[in-house]
Structure formats: C-alpha cells, structure tokens
Ligand binder design. Structure first.
Ligand SMILES: [Fe+2]
Length: 189
C-alpha cells in the first residue's frame, strides 16, 4: 500500500483513508484495486488488463480515457535511465497521468499550485494514482528499478511532459519508504 510523506512538515501518512483524504484535498486521486484473476510476474499484459477490466472501464467512463496499456520496466530495460530522466524533473501534462501499479514501485512528488506543501507518494502493487492534467509533479523509480503499471490515456499520442524548470525537484530526495533509494549517479560509481 502507498505511503504519503510531507517532507516539509516531517509527516508520514500510511493509513488508506488518511492518504486518500489528504490527496483528495490537493486534487489527486488514490484508490486500491484488487485483481479478479490471479496475476504474477509471468502474466501477459493482456492478462493484467483483464484482471482489472471492470475498474478500467469505470475509470474510462469517469475520465474520458480512450486507451489502456501496460508498461513493464526492469533494471536492464534498454535506455531505462534516459527514459526515467524525462519524468524526474518537475513537469505537467495536458492529460491526466493515471498509473495503476501491479509490480515494483515508484514515487510521485506533487507540488500543489495553491502553495500547500510538496507531497511524496510512494506507490506499489495495488495502488492507483490519478494526477490530473496541469498538476506539477515528478516521478522516480526506487533503487530496485522495477515497475509494472497500467496506464490510461485520453490521447496517448499527445502525452508529453512540459517542464516547469522550477528546480524544486532538486530539493526532495525520492526516498522509497525512507530506506532504499540510491541516486542513479551513485550506483554508477
Ligand atoms: Fe508526469
């Protein structure tokens, strides 16, 4: 289950209802989904989508999403680090960013435009995060460099990050549950 940290206030929320309520207050959607069929590392992308077909259809109707796919990243995925670097700087999209995690984990930082504190939302298997269009945010994988996630799109061809160049991302370490993040630069030393 997710963990929500508010680094500037040295607070951590780990109860589902607390996390959901806090995120709703800053416009971020958070849900937990359970699969209708058993899935594991060997499941195909089609099986993953089938296991959550009901939730996906509901979300498509709610948000006007047209397509759903599965992204599956491993430490040895070609060009992983350049791909991750596109999203680890503060940015926003013209579309909602929907991620439902089926394996691995990652951390979203969100900087609300109302001036409330930056939050760090660590998501893992079973967690769905909905980051609305226009939200300032950035995303990192954890040190295990592993994630598998369902993505929903209104228009997959238009999904491009717009960078804020605020530099705010540099002030927050992407700690995954506070323990195991190692910056990729250090891993290469
Ligand atoms: Fe993004």
């Amino acid at each position: 289950m997710a963990v929500l940290r508010i680094p500037d206030e040295d607070r951590t929320l780990s109860e589902f209802s607390e996390i959901k309520e806090y995120l709703a207050g800053i416009g971020i959607g958070y849900e937990i989904w359970k699969p209708t069929i058993e899935i594991d590392r060997d499941s195909s992308n089609e099986q993953i989508l089938e296991a959550f077909a009901g939730e996906i259809e509901t979300l498509k109707k709610q948000g006007g999403y047209q397509t759903a796919d599965v992204i599956n990243l491993f430490p040895d995925t070609p060009n992983l680090e350049p791909m991750l670097a596109r999203f680890s700087k503060e940015h926003w999209h013209d579309e909602d960013e929907i991620r439902f995690i089926t394996a691995g984990r990652g951390v979203f930082h969100i900087r609300p435009q109302d001036g409330s504190p930056v939050v760090a939302l660590t998501v893992e298997e079973g967690d769905l995060a909905r980051v609305p269009a226009g939200t300032w945010h950035w995303f990192d994988l954890c040190s295990d460099r592993r994630i598998r996630a369902i993505r929903l799109f209104q228009d997959p061809s238009g999904w491009t990050p717009h960078y804020t160049d605020s530099g705010k991302d540099a002030g927050y370490m992407p700690l995954c549950f506070g323990l195991d993040f190692i910056p990729s630069q250090l891993q290469q030393l």
